[in-house]
Design a protein around this ligand. Structure first.
Ligand SMILES: [Zn+2]
Length: 838
């Protein structure tokens, strides 16, 4: 699964952690060891015949489930079946159904008494006629409202919501598929699958495996028959129904399909079209050709996460559906597409045997994003992905959680930056430590040894040990079965008289010391000598001799370590590092250091060079690092920014350069801004329009009115809102003020504050401004107390900006008593602590 990656502001976090807060007050989980589920019976085959009822959001189902005792003989079977209505529970004996005794009092477990005792390897089939009631189940049991608890989601089932398609999609992870069919809902179970679904003929369906047949019925419905010949886990079962365009692609003769809403049919290949090349790439590096019969991807409205790797049938949230103009800046969904695809090996082919071992699925999926970037877009792009992942973990405050965790409050808590991003960076270190060919050979051994089975972290260790011949307990004990990360300080003591440098590495983290294999590169000019050392102590000193003082000593030469680092290099060192060390992170660190020393001409030179870095990600980082409040810097970088704004080959770089260039507020750039305000890239058009607003308001308004006739997304949408807001035009009152008032306390309301504040700053009608300020204050005070430390400053700043605008207006309209009164009124709503500057 891929969680939603949008950067969340305080409110959304507040709403989510409210639920977690409740869970965390109960700490009994700290003593509850989460053992892997005992296997009494094993699933063998699951055959489902289902028919959705859109009027009730029910699913009528018949299940034939074939099982066998795992090892010990048994006369009973317990299935997960959540909130179902049961009509018949029977044993299948030839053509006959023998009714079985069962107990279903708790609405969650169907406890069946079999007709006799079965021995291991004696298979039997039970038949269950049932009705799944996902909405009622959630209402009854879903107080915590964790992701996917309903299992099956009916979207706009009766078509009441205009402009919204009617869909069904399912979400099994973690243990929710047992809401729509009875099963043993554990990751360690594997079963082959057949599914027939009957729907209105106007819909298409998607499920796991191959579409074997489609049969039109006389009542306007159609029955589709899907079959999975290879076994997989119940949480990976999927059913999707809706009106989709199905765009066909292929890989080595297997079907690769993209199910999108019809209006995205023309861009589907721009969004998903790299999938066959990804399948080829992942097949090659793992040495396991994509094992399943087909691969389809579908989008789902209101989907509860980012995406989910159902075997052969991945679902993506609607955010995957970008239009052609958005895609000009790059496909923001590419990483997610890689992530879910790599799960088809790590997760679906070999499955984490329990949620404690989730990282066996998620760290690989996470790391695949960097692998794909590295392969497709180069080493810098891969390194940028790794760095982002590392920051995601380091900033999450998760240093107390083990990667493999046997104690957790809820299984959903396992889906966190430790299982994903930290796990991904641990794999990156492991790859660097054992080398590429050993790394991928070990993955191959792990996959082939454990295929169609469940695994735990030790299986991965054993594969690596077998391939490399090295004992890796130290690595796994340190990184998999333990928590935290090193925090290091690196100092350099040069002694020219003695001709040696001491590199002093201190581990300053609380708790245990880490064993770290580290590469140290010593540079003279472009010449590099590498030394491999181990840091194991609180303080380690490594001494290197020299005849000429090195230009640079570069610790962690490949920039792979998962750590927090304070590296006490000089500016000259960093300048050398930028030029000669060459890795993405070598250059980024140099840019970051230079950006803290912009008054130094040498640092400024480095930033000027970095504005033309060969990697667009670093050009973008540098654009936002230069301090144009600093007059000298502002002058020094202007021509470079203007050149980037016009000529850079990456649209995002042009857009960012325009954004900063707009802050120069120079009329001479107005023609440039006007020219690109209709650029096909939303970010260029949006930033240009915002920039133009500062130098030629009338022209900006005129262009905005034109652009507003067509739908806009991203930066252009924001920019149009801002330009409109800055107009203070009374005819927009309903759209801007009314729009804000209608929203519930939410992320969206928080985001609407920006344009609203601007609009109120420009709106002349004092009574309307006053009433709207009251609404903002009401919103501010409605946010739960514990989160207001984060939200209050922003909201009060918005109020303060309105005051500033009104004060400016009052200067030219000093007799306006109503305006004076309004200014005092708003001031009175801002608490003293946030009253800065007046
Ligand atoms: Zn995932």
């Amino acid at each position: 699964m891929k969680s939603i990656t949008i950067i969340l502001v305080a409110i959304l976090l507040a709403i989510q952690s409210n639920a977690q807060l409740h869970a965390q007050q109960d700490t009994s989980w700290k003593k509850q060891y989460r053992e892997t589920a005992t296997k009494i019976n094993d699933l063998v085959h699951t055959k489902l015949e289902v028919k959705p009822d859109f009027s009730k959001s029910y699913l009528y189902g018949k299940a034939w489930i074939t099982l066998k005792p795992h090892f010990y003989p048994t006369d009973s079977l317990t299935l997960d079946a959540k909130g179902m209505g049961l009509k018949n529970v029977a044993l299948v004996k030839g053509p006959k159904l023998i009714p079985l005794k069962y107990d279903y009092n708790d609405d969650h477990y169907l406890r069946i008494k079999l007709d006799r005792t079965y021995k291991a390897n004696e298979t039997y089939t039970v038949y269950i006629d049932y009705t799944a009631k996902p909405d009622e189940y959630q209402e009854k049991y879903g107080t915590d409202d964790f992701l996917g608890i309903k299992g099956m989601y009916f979207i706009n089932p009766t078509g009441e919501e205009k402009n919204k398609p009617t869909q069904i999609w399912t979400q099994g992870e973690t243990e929710s598929n047992s809401v729509w069919f009875p099963t043993i809902d554990k990751t360690s179970q594997k079963t082959t699958q057949e599914l027939t679904v009957t729907v209105d003929n106007k819909y298409v369906t998607l499920s796991n495996g191959k579409l074997m047949s489609q049969k039109k019925n006389t009542d306007g419905t159609r029955t589709d028959y899907w079959k999975m010949e290879l076994p997989h886990s119940p949480y990976l079962f999927f059913l999707g129904v809706g009106n989709y365009a199905v765009i066909k692609d292929t890989w080595r003769g297997k079907e690769v399909n993209y199910y999108v809403e019809p209006e995205y049919a023309t861009v589907a290949k721009k969004i998903f079209g790299n999938t066959p090349e990804m399948i080829e790439f992942f097949s090659k590096i793992t040495g396991v050709p994509f094992p399943w019969a087909k691969y389809s991807q579908i989008t789902g409205r209101d989907y509860v996460a980012g995406a989910m790797e159902n075997t052969t049938a991945t679902i993506h949230q609607e955010g995957a559906q970008q239009d052609a103009r958005e895609l000009i800046d790059g496909n923001i969904w590419e990483g997610t597409i890689a992530h879910e695809l790599f799960h088809q090996w790590f997760g679906d082919y070999v499955t984490a045997e329990s949620w404690s071992n989730l990282t066996l699925n998620e760290s690989f999926a996470d790391y695949s994003q960097a692998l794909w970037e590295e392969y497709k877009n180069g080493k810098d792009a891969g390194a940028a992905e790794n760095y982002q992942g590392m920051q995601g973990y380091l900033q999450s405050g998760s240093e107390e959680k083990d990667l493999v965790r046997f104690f957790y409050a809820d299984k959903e808590d396992m889906f966190d930056p430790v299982s994903y991003q930290k796990g991904g960076r641990i794999l990156h270190m492991l790859r660097n430590f054992v080398g590429d060919s050993a790394f991928f050979k070990s993955l191959n051994l792990y996959l082939t040894t454990n295929k169609f089975k469940a695994a735990e972290a030790h299986h991965l260790r054993l594969a690596f040990e077998e391939v490399t011949g090295r004992d890796l307990n130290w690595f796994f004990n340190q990184w998999y079965f333990s928590s935290g990360h090193p925090s290091v300080t690196i100092d350099y003591a040069y002694d020219d008289a003695a001709g040696k440098v001491n590199v002093i590495l201190k581990q300053t983290q609380k708790g245990k010391l880490f064993t770290l294999p580290i590469a140290i590169d010593i540079y003279n000019g472009a010449n590099k000598i590498r030394y491999n050392v181990w840091s194991k102590n609180a303080v380690d000193t490594f001494t290197f001799n020299y005849t000429k003082r090195p230009d640079l000593v570069n610790v962690d030469g490949d920039k792979v370590m998962l750590w927090n680092k304070k590296d006490n290099k000089t500016l000259d060192n960093f300048i050398h590092q930028y030029k000669y060390a060459g890795n993405y992170l070598d250059r980024l660190e140099a840019i970051q250091f230079a950006s803290r020393n912009q008054d130094d001409p040498k640092a400024l030179d480095l930033l000027k060079a970095a504005l033309k870095d060969k990697y667009h990600g670093l050009r973008n980082a540098t654009i936002y690092s230069v301090d144009i409040e600093n007059e000298k810097v502002k002058q020094a970088v202007e021509t470079i920014l203007a050149d980037l704004a016009k000529n850079d080959k990456k649209s995002t770089v042009r857009a960012n350069a325009i954004n900063i260039l707009g802050q120069y507020k120079k009329a001479e750039y107005a023609p440039l801004f006007k020219a690109v305000a209709s650029d096909s890239s939303y970010s260029i058009a949006g930033n240009a329009l915002t920039a133009l607003l500062e130098v030629d308001k009338d022209a900006a308004m005129k262009i905005a009115k034109q652009l507003d006739k067509k739908p806009a997304k991203g930066a252009l949408k924001n920019s149009l809102q801002n330009v409109k807001a800055a107009s203070g035009d009374e005819s927009l009152e309903e759209e801007i003020i009314g729009g804000f008032n209608k929203l519930p306390v939410s992320q969206a309301k928080f985001e609407a504050l920006g344009p609203l504040g601007k609009y109120l700053g420009a709106l002349k009608n004092t009574e309307k401004v006053k009433a709207s300020v009251d609404e903002i204050v009401k919103f501010r005070d409605a946010i739960p107390q514990q989160f207001r430390n984060n939200t209050d400053p922003y909201i009060n700043e918005t109020l303060q900006n309105i005051v500033t605008k009104k004060a400016e207006a009052f200067k030219t309209d000093a007799g306006n008593a109503a305006l004076k009164e309004l200014i005092d009124y708003i001031k009175g709503k801002i608490p003293p602590a946030d009253k800065k500057g007046f």
